[in-house]
Design a protein around this ligand. Structure first.
Ligand SMILES: Nc1ncnc2c1ncn2[C@@H]1O[C@H](COP(=O)(O)OP(=O)(O)OP(=O)(O)O)[C@@H](O)[C@H]1O
Ligand SMILES: [Mg+2]
Length: 418
C-alpha cells in the first residue's frame, strides 16, 4: 500500500543528484556546497549513482534515501519536520519509518497512515480525538507517542524509536516461544493495557505485531489510538470487499467482530489470542477467509490449548481459556487482574512444558527478563548510544546501513565533506 506522493520528478540528470538533494531538503546549503566542491575537484564522482554510493559510504545519505533520490522521489523523503531515514515495516494502516526530527535532532519511529484512515468524512476528527487520547498515555510498557499531525491527506504519528523485534517477528524467526517467556511478555502487555484502560483508552488491535520486545526485554504496546481508526475503516464489517483495508482479524474479540459495544475485556481477549498463537504457533481461529475467522469465534470455542500443546501447566491453561471466553463476563475483568495472575505464575516458578521439550522451568522473576536471550543478533543493546550517536549529527543523520531494527549502533562516521 502506498502513501500518496506528489508527482514524481524525473530521475536526476548526471550532474544533478546534488540538485535532487537540495530539492528534498535533506541537507543544508553549506553541506551541499561542500559536496559540489568535491565533485568539481574530482574527489567525488560526478555521475549520480557512484556519487550516491559515496554519500552512503560517507554516511551523508542512507541507502534508502539514495535509492529514492536516484528514482526522482527525493521530495517523498520529508514529512513535515521529519526526514525519513529507513523503512521499518508496514501494515494495514500505513508505513513506519525511522525518521529524524530536524529541529529537535532526534530519531523517531514515524508511522505514516494510509490516507483513508485520517482524512475524508469524519476521519480527520476521529484521528485528532484518538491522538489526544494516545497522548495521555505514559507507561513503561506503552510506546511513547511524541507527535501527531496531518499535512494535507497525509496523517502521521511520531513515537519513540525502539530497538527490538515485534513478537510476530520473533514467532516467525523462532517458532513457538517458551511458555515462560510468553507469560512474562503478556504480564507486561497487561500492565500497559491496565494503564490505558484506567485512562479510558482501549487498544482494539492487540496482536503479536503490536507488541515490541526491546533489547532490554521490555514489552512495549504499539499503536494505541490507531485501533479505532482501523475499526471504523473495517466498518461495514468488513471484509467482504477485495482490496479493502483491513487488519488481521485473527485476534479480535467476538463482540468486536460483531461490531457490538466493547470495553477493556475485548483487549484481554485479543491478548489471549496472542498468547495462544505465541505458545502454540497456531491461530486460535484459523480460517479460509477473514469472514470465516470472525464468524468462528462467535459460534465456537477454539481448539483447547491444552490439547494443542500437551503438558502446559494447568494454571496457564486456565488463564488462556479464561481470556478466550466468548462471554466477557467469564474473562478476567481487568487487565491488572490478569497481570497479577501471570506474575503469580512467574513468582511460583511454575514448571512449564514447552512444545517438543520435556520440561523447562519458567523462572523469570516478576520484574526481570527471562533467562534466555530473546533477541538474536543484538549483542549489546544500547539504545541510548544510538540516540546519542545520532543526536550528535547535525545532518540528515545517516544511521546504520545494516537492516533496522536489529542493527546495534555504530559509532559516528569519520569524514564528512563540507
Ligand atoms: N516505535 C517503533 N520503533 C521501532 N520499530 C517500530 C516501531 N513501531 C513500529 N515499528 C516497526 O514497524 C513495523 C510495522 O509496524 P505496523 O504497525 O505498520 O505493522 P503491523 O502492526 O503489522 O500492522 P498494523 O498495525 O498496521 O495492523 C513493526 O513490525 C515494527 O517492526
Ligand atoms: Mg502495528
Amino acid at each position: 500500500m502506498g502513501v500518496p506522493r506528489p508527482p514524481t520528478t524525473p530521475a536526476p540528470a548526471s550532474s544533478d543528484l546534488v540538485g535532487a538533494i537540495r530539492e528534498s531538503r535533506l541537507m543544508s546549503d553549506r553541506r551541499l556546497d561542500g559536496i559540489r566542491r568535491l565533485v568539481a575537484s574530482g574527489d567525488y564522482p560526478a555521475e549520480p549513482a557512484p556519487l550516491a554510493d559515496i554519500l552512503v559510504r560517507d554516511r551523508l545519505l542512507t541507502a534508502f534515501q539514495a535509492r529514492r533520490l536516484l528514482r526522482g522521489r527525493g521530495r517523498d523523503l520529508t514529512v513535515g519536520r521529519y526526514v525519513l531515514l529507513d523503512p521499518l515495516g508496514h501494515g494495514a494502516m500505513g508505513r513506519v519509518y525511522r525518521a529524524w526530527h530536524r529541529m529537535m535532532g532526534r530519531v523517531v519511529a514515524l508511522k505514516v497512515l494510509h490516507p483513508s484512515l485520517a482524512s475524508g468524512g469524519d476521519s480527520a476528527a476521529r484521528f485528532r480525538r484518538e491522538m489526544l487520547l494516545a497522548g495521555r498515555l505514559d507507561h513503561p510498557n506503552v510506546v511513547r507517542a511524541l507527535d501527531a499531525d496531518r499535512i494535507g491527506p497525509v496523517a502521521f504519528l511520531a513515537m519513540e524509536y525502539l530497538l527490538g523485534l515485534t513478537l510476530k517477528d520473533l514467532l516467525t524467526l523462532r517458532g513457538p516461544l517458551p511458555p515462560a517467556d510468553v507469560v512474562h511478555y503478556a504480564a507486561q502487555a497487561a500492565d500497559g493495557l491496565a494503564h490505558a484502560h484506567d485512562r479510558g483508552v482501549l487498544h482494539r488491535d492487540i496482536k503479536p505485531s503490536n507488541l515490541l520486545l526491546t533489547a532490554d526485554r521490555r514489552v512495549k504496546v504499539l499503536d494505541f489510538g490507531l485501533g479505532r481508526l482501523l475499526a471504523s475503516e473495517r466498518g461495514d464489517a468488513s471484509l467482504t470487499t477485495a482490496g479493502m483495508i483491513i487488519g488481521t482479524p485473527h485476534y479480535i474479540s467476538p463482540e468486536q467482530a460483531r461490531m457490538s459495544e466493547i470495553d477493556g475485556r475485548s483487549d484481554l481477549y485479543a491478548l489471549g489470542c496472542t498468547m495462544y498463537h505465541l505458545i502454540s504457533g497456531r491461530l486460535p481461529f484459523p480460517g479460509e477467509s477473514s469472514m470465516d475467522c470472525l464468524v468462528r469465534r462467535i459460534v465456537e470455542p477454539p481448539a483447547p490449548i491444552a490439547a494443542v500443546v500437551p503438558g502446559l501447566p494447568a494454571r496457564l491453561v486456565e488463564v488462556v481459556d479464561r481470556l478466550l471466553a466468548r462471554n466477557p463476563a467469564d474473562r478476567f475483568q481487568a487487565a491488572g487482574d490478569l497481570a497479577e495472575a501471570l506474575r503469580g505464575m512467574l513468582r511460583r516458578k511454575v514448571a512449564v512444558a514447552g512444545p517438543g521439550t520435556a520440561s523447562v522451568v519458567a523462572a523469570a522473576p516478576a520484574d526481570a527478563g527471562p533467562a534466555t536471550p530473546v533477541l538474536p543478533g543484538i549483542a549489546s543493546p544500547d539504545r541510548s548510544g544510538e540516540a546519542c550517536a545520532n543526536a550528535d549529527r547535525p545532518l540528515s543523520v545517516v544511521a546504520d546501513s545494516a537492516p533496522a531494527p536489529l542493527a546495534p549502533s555504530r559509532g559516528r562516521d569519520p569524514g564528512r565533506p563540507g
